[in-house]
Design a protein around this ligand. Sequence first.
Ligand SMILES: C[S@@+](CC[C@H](N)C(=O)[O-])C[C@H]1O[C@@H](n2cnc3c(N)ncnc32)[C@H](O)[C@@H]1O
Length: 226
Amino acid sequence: MTVKPRIVQTESTFCRKEWVDQYDEIARRSMTPLFRHFARGVRKAGLARGWILEIGSGSGRLFLALAAGKSTDFKFVGIDVSRGMARKALENTREAGVPVHFPQASGGNLPFRDSCIDLVISTSSLHMWSDPVGVLNEVYRVLKPGGTCLIRDGRRLPENWFWRLFVWASSRIRGMDGRQRKAWQGAIAAGYTVAEARELLGRSHLQDWSVGTDRVLFELVIEARK
Ligand SMILES: C[S@@+](CC[C@H](N)C(=O)[O-])C[C@H]1O[C@@H](n2cnc3c(N)ncnc32)[C@H](O)[C@@H]1O
């Protein structure tokens, strides 16, 4: 079966304040269950303390779910190429009383020294990275030996009818308007297949990795260890 090619999205999608605000509104209204699901995955991985870095942290709401966990002792930092997103994230986490640093930076050039991060996470961002292998190599560089990386992102699966139904239904459930629905469909069309994600990881410095899928959310689930 032939797979439809990716339709690339640019990293600068969130350069306008109104798009940042619209994205944050959707994240606030309808993405909390996804962030909680991610946070459960972090706890299942047995992590309860140390430095967590999110790449493409957007409006910062995943940190709120991570901070809500019992008996955790994390220190958080989130980087994003979008200045507007970094600002919004600071606003949201401050309001919730969760201390997080948000330097504006690209995943391809992380402003951290080697081997200082316990866990690198990312959600719904991989499909936008212009140099995904470069970002994965930076992840490898900043992770402590034994450190973990958890990446989730939408998966492109246009041949699958359930997937198409999922994309259609999720835009309805989230109450998106026409422009937002188009952006969401664009993000999904820019997603990687499992085979493509494996190919990216195979070209990176990361060695101990796996690429799986989330059956409910159709997402790509990448786990790696340094
Ligand atoms: C769809 S948003 C997801 C935000 C957040 N992770 C969430 O789940 O709500 C993707 C984010 O990744 C950021 N981004 C895209 N390419 C990036 C890169 N190379 N380095 C850092 N951030 C990037 C975008 O600016 C955007 O804020």
